[in-house]
Design a protein around this ligand. Structure first.
Ligand code: LFR
Length: 432
């Protein structure tokens, strides 16, 4: 039996799980869970990295004896280190408004293959006051890994979300990094590479972009599948072996992010359950009773990807203004779910059209796979069967890549996915 600890940090909560791989199965047990969220400081939105690190250490203590440790988190955000290796300032949260006015330069997509998001690291760096003092940049999981081990590196899947990697070579692009201080970006490491030790335990680079780890644990039986990694964001797309860099793909705002084992995660960011999370925060209420009412409520459809919904704030008000009417809470919840289901459908249709890959089944993984109404509405909108689960896909993907690195799991992504299928309860929704 091999046990590993997976640290999985999401924008609204973090967790440490103990993962066990044995007899061709994989199980995870959550040993520590803690809240996370952007913190307002001096008029900007930041993350409390020292606080998150304390929670990581507490979780690792609770995980007990393990054979390795792996860390993943949301993408694009980073900390800057000074020449002595100390963190310079509080890392910014990607929802901070300082990049609102950014416009992408021409010709970027052909090199980095990334959809335009104002918060991509390369744009954050254009607005970064501390850049002149910085000697190195570490993405969030790499920063925590550095604090654990003293070793620095840039894990590849997450590095592709910076916008500074050439998608054709898989290396830092000399062209796109030309204006950055020399040495700012550390050497790349791939999922499965060693990343130092903590207390004698190996730390392994996993798919440190949470979405890369989630896609590893999609329990697909066929390669004709689409996935929706559904949490704070819905990341909707297909797995490819080559990037799609056409003008149509750029115009449709599809991204080619680096996946585990050299795959391409060809997807679109859909605003996701953030819309509901912010409503619930404003209303100071629980979701379950509202979902019950929403099942029979009538909603209005809005574009969940309108940038007005990106920052934290009065979400119910923004939705009502978009739809041009006032609504009950249940109607707002229904509007969010109907709008997300349609955005899921559009992204899956576009992914197929732009990549030429045909899809016969949709896998919903992540916390959103528990949302029965959203899964059913997604199946209805797509006209395809939806398989929901596992909810802990990200942690499972993190565990599986570690397990393979320490010799407890073997083979390709298809082999790792078989372990997930064998051990996790899944639920099927047929289109109505
Ligand atoms: C999901 C995610 C998305 C990324 C967004 C911002 O948690 O990592 O993939 O676009 O957060 O980092």
């Amino acid at each position: 039996m091999t046990a590993v600890a997976a640290v999985d940090l999401g924008a609204s909560s973090g967790r440490v799980v103990r993962g066990v791989v044995t007899d061709g199965r994989v199980h995870v047990e959550e040993v520590h869970r803690f809240a996370n969220g952007p913190v307002h400081r001096r008029g900007s939105l930041h993350w409390d990295l020292p606080g998150l690190y304390r929670e990581v250490l507490a979780g690792l203590r609770l995980a007990g004896e393990v054979d390795s440790i792996g860390i993943d988190s949301w993408a694009v955000d980073y900390g800057l280190l000074d020449a002595s290796g100390e963190l310079l300032g509080d890392p910014f949260c990607y929802r901070d408004s300082r990049t609102d006015a950014i416009k992408p330069a021409d010709g970027l997509y052909e090199v980095n293959g990334l959809q335009f998001q104002p918060f991509n690291t390369m744009f954050q760096l254009m607005a970064e006051p501390l850049l002149p003092q910085a000697s190195q940049l570490l993405l969030i999981p790499d920063l925590l890994s550095y604090w654990l081990t003293g070793e620095r590196g840039a894990e590849y899947t997450n590095a592709t979300t910076t916008g500074l990697i050439d998608v054709r070579t898989g290396q830092w692009s000399p062209e796109l990094t030309r204006d950055l201080p020399p040495g700012l970006l550390p050497a790349l490491r791939r999922p499965g590479d060693p990343a130092g030790t903590y207390d004698g335990v190996p730390v392994i680079a996993v798919g440190s972009h949470d979405t890369a780890s989630a896609v590893v644990a999609v329990p697909a039986e066929t390669d004709r599948f689409a996935y929706i990694s559904c949490g704070t964001w819905s990341l909707v797309g297909v797995e490819l072996s080559e990037p799609v860099l056409t003008a149509e793909s750029r115009a449709a705002n599809f991204t080619n992010e680096g996946g585990v084992d050299g795959t391409i995660r060809y997807l679109r960011n859909v605003m996701g359950l953030w819309l509901l999370q912010e409503c619930l925060r404003v209303w100071d209420t629980e979701l379950a009773p509202l979902l019950h009412e929403a099942a029979t409520a009538t909603g209005s459809v809005f574009d969940p990807n309108d940038p007005v919904f990106l920052p934290p704030g009065d979400m119910p008000g923004r939705i009502e203004r978009w739809c041009g009417k006032s609504m009950s809470r249940a109607e707002i919840v229904r509007s969010v779910l109907d709008s997300l289901a349609l955005a899921h459908r559009d992204a899956i249709a576009d992914a197929q059209r732009l990549s030429g890959k045909e899809v016969e089944i949709v896998h919903v993984v992540g916390g959103g796979s528990h949302n029965e109404l959203l899964c059913q509405l997604t199946a209805d909108a797509c006209g395809l069967p939806v398989v929901a689960g596992p909810a802990e896909a990200t942690a499972l993907g993190n565990v599986l890549v570690q397990a393979r690195a320490v010799g407890a799991a073997h083979g390709t992504l298809a082999d790792l996915r078989k372990l997930v299928r064998r051990s996790q309860a899944l639920r099927r929704y047929l289109p109505r």
